[in-house]
Design a protein around this ligand. Structure first.
Ligand SMILES: Cc1cc2nc3c(=O)[nH]c(=O)nc-3n(C[C@H](O)[C@H](O)[C@H](O)COP(=O)(O)OP(=O)(O)OC[C@H]3O[C@@H](n4cnc5c(N)ncnc54)[C@H](O)[C@@H]3O)c2cc1C
Length: 383
């Protein structure tokens, strides 16, 4: 089956054939061992796909975001988990859009060649939660460096990154006119002294950590853009992040639909394929329809982004619709497989866990709904 795969044939074919080398047994093994899929990320990097968004002038392939989403979709469609590597695609944006020429020259070619990985972004903190402007991590300028103290949580892929984008408060909250001011963004060498990393064992095979920051020194030249405007820079990168994740969910969704359909045709119970029953085929058909619809919003959002048009609402809607559709498709796929859906060898339970994350991270459902209510529909802010 090859549902809705006619666009960008060259990218799909090339990424798809790379992904075929990392089959179901590979992903089951890394999942079981809670290991990082190092060989897969290496292969993707060597083939140049991880530097898709880096302009050619800095050694990347200078693809559009739409094309980058096709890469990520192919990874999840093939049965893989893109959570191991998607960070590099969107973290790059913060540097690309707001970094100085010197920073871009210093880092981007080395990221493009695979020498450095920029997979981690430290924004979320245990006490602030989604209310990012309340973060407590501070960066205080002392001569030619910033001294950082605080704590982060859910900082993903940090142990497999040489670089991290870090958000910290540089002006105390009570001294800024707007709470979104006074936050700054830095490029951090993850091997620096002052970072203590404690892994969080979680529902998926996702390398994510608590980070304790104790007098971490960051050279002042690693400040991205202007001091105090970091929140804006992070927000800038978030639309790309949401659109890429939407595409991953679309890939998951098609994977679930194809897997469920194949199984429903093959599995014979009461002397007939279970797919002959409307109770089995209707939920699969409905899931397919929902993924198709979410996919349209993903392409709309990506196209607006590529045209440098405002796309906050579309990026949020694409991520929400795709995450919801893939989660529902996962549920249907599990139900279609009956007991076998719970057996690791079918991959369904793993993909079911993996896709569930995206209704919470990188932004949870309620926050998307309240964004649309307030900023698109003009309803009063609810909190
Ligand atoms: C596996 C994983 C990887 C992650 N990776 C990263 C990473 O690399 N870097 C990073 O910085 N962060 C990362 N995160 C953090 C992620 O972005 C947050 O978990 C997510 O944004 C939700 O924030 P929270 O967990 O603090 O929930 P909270 O803000 O505590 O919210 C809890 C619940 O309450 C709801 N809620 C909160 N306020 C309101 C309101 N006003 N109205 C209605 N409902 C509300 C939320 O929607 C949510 O359902 C990751 C998280 C996970 C689980």
């Amino acid at each position: 089956m090859n549902l809705s795969r006619s666009d960008h044939p060259e990218i799909r074919e090339a990424v798809g054939s790379l992904c075929k080398q990392f089959d179901s047994a590979y992903w089951q093994q890394v999942d079981e061992k809670r290991a990082y899929p190092e060989a897969f990320v290496d292969a993707l990097t060597k083939a140049g796909w991880m530097s898709a968004l880096i302009p050619e002038a800095y050694g990347g392939s200078g693809l559009s975001l739409t094309e980058a989403t096709v890469i990520m979709e192919e990874v999840t469609r093939s049965g893989g988990n893109a959570g191991c590597c998607h960070g590099q695609m969107y973290n790059m944006n913060t540097l690309l859009r707001n970094g100085s020429e010197a920073q871009k020259k210093k880092y981007l070619p080395r990221i493009a060649s695979g020498e450095l990985r920029l997979q981690a972004m430290g924004v979320t903190e245990p006490t602030a939660g989604t209310d990012t402007t309340k973060i407590k991590t501070t960066a205080v300028k002392k001569g030619d460096r910033y001294v950082v103290n605080g704590q982060k949580v859910w900082t993903s892929r940090l142990q497999h990154s040489e670089l991290m984008i870090l958000l910290a408060r540089t002006t105390p909250l009570d001294q800024v006119a707007k709470k979104s001011e006074g936050l700054s963004t830095f490029i951090v060498d993850t091997k620096s002294k002052g970072l203590e990393i404690r892994p969080i064992r979680n529902m998926v095979n996702h390398e994510t950590n608590q980070v304790f920051i104790d007098n971490l020194e960051i050279p002042a030249e690693n400040l991205i853009g202007e001091e105090g405007r970091g929140f804006r820079y992070i927000l800038d990168g978030l639309n790309a992040e949401r659109i890429l994740i939407a595409a991953e969910c679309v890939g998951d969704g098609y994977w679930f639909v194809e897997k469920a359909t194949t199984y429903a045709k093959d599995r014979v119970v009461f002397d007939r394929p279970i797919g002959k029953n409307q109770g089995i085929q209707f939920p699969i058909a409905e899931s397919y329809m929902e993924i198709e619809a979410a996919n349209l919003m993903r392409y709309k959002a990506a196209s607006l982004y590529d045209q440098k048009q405002p796309c906050g609402a579309e990026a949020n809607m694409a991520k929400h619709l795709a995450a919801k559709a893939s989660w529902e498709a996962g549920n249907v796929c599990l139900q279609t497989h009956g007991g076998f859906g719970f057996a690791a060898e079918y991959d369904v339970e793993r993909k079911f866990r993996e896709t569930r994350l995206y209704l919470v991270a990188p932004i949870s459902t309620n926050l998307i709904l309240s964004y649309l209510a307030e900023h698109v529909l003009g309803l009063p802010r609810s909190f």
